[in-house]
Design a binder for this molecule. Sequence first.
Ligand code: SF4
Length: 385
Amino acid sequence: MPSYFIHTFGCQSNKSDSERIAGDYAARGYTEARSWKLADEIVINTCAIRESAEQRARHLVFIIAKFFADQGKQKPKIILTGCMVHHGYDQLYKMMPGIDEILPINEVGFNQSAVRKEKTHAWIPISAGCNSFCTYCIVPYSRGREQSRAQDEILTEVRDLAQKGYSEVTLLGQNVNSWGLEKVGIGFRKLLMSHKETFSRENIPDNQSQYLKPKGTPPFVRLLQEISKIDGIEKIRFMTSNPWDFHEELIDEIAKNKKIDRFLHLPIQSGSNSVLYRMNRGYTREDYLNLIERIRAKVPDAVFGSDIIVGFPDETDAEFEDTVDLAKKVGWKVAFVAMYSPRPGTASWRIYTDNIPHTVKKKRWEILDQIINKDNLVIRPKVVK
Ligand code: SF4
């Protein structure tokens, strides 16, 4: 029987995609090899969020090719997928001569049954891609525009999992709280970010939402309600929800629905309004604090996590201190703090200069990590180099 091995870099969305790629192999009669050294086909599911993540994927391809060359053996087929695919085929084949095939991640699709290692908890993708075009982020380019998965498909998958004994699900997407909403327009932000001269605050809406305000109960709230009705499902988590499209009805649903986990991952990225503007995040620190207060008023046991970038271009000491101040005000339980790394193709890579020295970024990272993550010995995120 032919065999496969999948090496996954990066975030939970990539891990979930890999489960579906494994499902596709299983459906074609492949078995999973214990190591890439024993596989007939190797899939490398890449991450492009930082240069270091891309370097690790390049290094892995090199190591695999060298291993088989040294042994005088035929190299297994190496298939590259994930966020690095946005570089384009020619560039990738040049960058990594060992790869044999490229699989665009949006071709993996939602429908393939996942091969899961966990037995009681499952990751369920409910949307893919993103329309927000935060200036530093590669996701809208690597994963394309946001697409919501059909409700019937999601519910069928969760029902099936519940019958198999799964009791916990985590709904995955770049902006889960905008799931199923009607779009205002597509491409506006991309167009805006393409040209430095058109990048002005006046051109950017006050709210990052790309969607019309829903009439009645927002679709994501209805989805949570439907999943809650499924017998056997006891815990529902979701990530990532963003500060925009976090409707009042969602807060109300969390407050009354005890199946919904109280940990809410709500990325801020910076506590400085001027940095948030340069990041094209479309909200202010005051908007964020207001949202946290509204959630705490209705869900007193809510616990918050966040993502923060330090050393964004031109970040002054005063702007960084605004983030420190916000960290003390909000009291995030955990935060994934990253040092800024320009990603080719993004707006910040085109518009700004990566002008904060590494030593300053590192110092800022340590300060925030110490304030936010000092008690999180188990889940403390690693420093991102
Ligand atoms: S919301 Fe911003 S940071 Fe998140 S995936 Fe979309 S573009 Fe990237």
